[in-house]
Design a protein around this ligand. Structure first.
Ligand code: URA
Length: 262
């Protein structure tokens, strides 16, 4: 990746700060009293009053955004590692905060996601938005992506070779974002990220360890909570209470206030 120019960093930061302001996030002064905001040291992008966002320097935030953009533009958008590139309309990289404390991982894009090139924008996505908002968060404060970056025709289950070819992109996304918690939505996401064949009913509601590429040798574990996929919840609304209990565990782990259910 070529080194970032000051103007690039300024542009990326401005867009993020504008988003944060739109979200009503109170920002820390960019420099402590007595030091000019233009100083290259001590730039803090988010503060304790916004516990849903990472504490991260402006430069580090810009680098993560740039690394995600590079991965998308140079690898995912041009990927032809499996047959799904022949039938896709758009790749679906995923979207959200480049330093999100919480990442949701689903299965694969559906028809609407394939059309728009965005993750979880169809009916299941609308329910996911409600789940995120019930946690006191917005979609812009988390990151949302999938195991597969291309739609399997007729929404069939991901094939093993497709999961294997796509996995490095997801691992790289998680390595860049460095979330504190991952939520795996549904069986394919949970089984892939945990390298297991166990049923979602057995996995959900308990904490697991995610390792990049599934290998503890690859680095530190990230806590992962499997829960039901929103598409399953649309078909089986009785599962919503269990999904909400899973998400409350996630909020507790992140130190977020648990809102009363309406
Ligand atoms: N289902 C998923 O798993 N992912 C999407 O992006 C949309 C629906």
């Amino acid at each position: 990746m070529p080194p970032l120019k000051d103007n690039d960093i300024r542009g990326i930061m401005t867009r993020h700060l504008q988003t944060d302001m739109l979200l009503g996030v109170k920002l820390a002064p960019l420099a402590p009293p007595g030091r000019s905001a233009g100083s290259s040291t001590a730039k803090t992008a988010s503060v304790k009053s916004a516990p849903h966002l990472s504490q991260i320097s402006a430069g580090a935030l810009a680098k993560r955004q740039e690394a995600l953009n590079d991965l998308d533009q140079q690898n995912v958008k041009v990927c032809n590692n499996c047959n799904l590139h022949q039938t896709r309309t758009n790749t679906v990289f995923g979207q959200g905060h480049p330093a999100a404390r919480l990442v949701f991982v689903g299965e694969a894009p559906g028809a609407e996601e394939d059309r728009q090139g965005l993750a979880f924008v169809g009916r299941a996505g609308q329910l996911l938005t409600k789940m995120i908002e019930a946690m006191g968060l917005t979609r812009d404060e988390v990151f949302i992506c999938n195991i597969l970056k291309c739609r399997p025709p007729n929404n069939r289950d991901p094939a093993p070779d497709e999961v294997i070819s796509c996995r490095p992109y997801l691992d790289k996304q998680l390595e860049i974002i460095k979330p504190e918690v991952i939520v795996a939505l549904g069986k394919p996401a949970a089984q892939t990220l945990l390298n297991t064949k166990a049923a979602i009913s057995a996995l959900r509601g308990k904490w697991h360890d995610y390792y990049i590429s599934g290998s503890p040798l690859a680095g530190q574990a990230t806590p992962l909570m499997p829960t039901f996929h929103p598409a399953y919840l649309l078909r089986n609304p009785a599962g919503k209470a269990r999904a909400w209990a899973d998400l409350q565990q996630v909020m507790q782990k992140l130190g977020l206030p648990i809102p009363k259910r309406k």
